[in-house]
Design a protein around this ligand. Structure first.
Ligand SMILES: [Cu+2]
Length: 173
């Protein structure tokens, strides 16, 4: 009597299908959340009132400007001259503010909120070139400065007046 030692075709088919499914599921897609200013909002993890995406650059000039407020593009609100940033204030409502920092420059930058006496209210550590960072701070109505506190970057243009005002006209988060 002949003994069949070969695996039946149907068993091979099921085995290969199972292997394909396992391989297909094992690839981990890169998490986009770290670079998403609104990820925590979407996940309902935090009670933010305002998300401001801050762009910090040093090439060709040092500058610090808001690119988005609550998902709305405001990059056209600022001229290219960073020497007049105190006359072009960023105006946002009070509350829990997430400053999402996008360093698009070639140097490390950082970010600080100061009162107009120069006292620090909150600040970040260094954010490397082409890296992102964040600063979450609760701000009451008033006037502040936002700046890069590294080296002479603020003097060279990485400084802007911040006005926190309940009447600020920004879209809901
Ligand atoms: Cu800087």
């Amino acid at each position: 009597m002949q003994i069949r030692t070969q695996t039946p075709f149907w068993a091979l088919l099921i085995g290969m299908t199972a292997l394909f499914v396992v391989v297909g599921c094992s690839g981990s897609s890169p998490s986009a959340d770290e670079a998403d200013p609104y990820a925590a909002v979407a996940a309902g993890e935090t009670a933010l009132d305002v998300v401001v995406v801050i762009e910090q650059q040093n090439n060709p000039t040092f500058d610090l400007k808001a690119r988005e407020i609550n998902r709305t593009d405001v990059s056209g609100d600022w001229d290219a001259d960073s020497s007049n940033n105190l006359d072009e204030p960023l105006i946002i409502p009070p509350g829990q503010i997430r400053f999402f920092l996008d360093n698009v420059g070639t140097l490390a930058h950082a970010f600080q909120v100061r009162d107009l006496k120069g006292e620090s209210i909150a600040k970040t550590r260094n954010v490397g070139p082409l890296k992102q960072g964040e600063l979450i701070v609760n701000l009451q109505p008033g006037e502040y400065d936002i700046l890069c506190q590294l080296s002479d970057h603020a003097k060279r243009g990485s400084l802007r007046r911040l006005i926190v005002d309940a009447a600020a006209d920004v879209p809901a988060l």
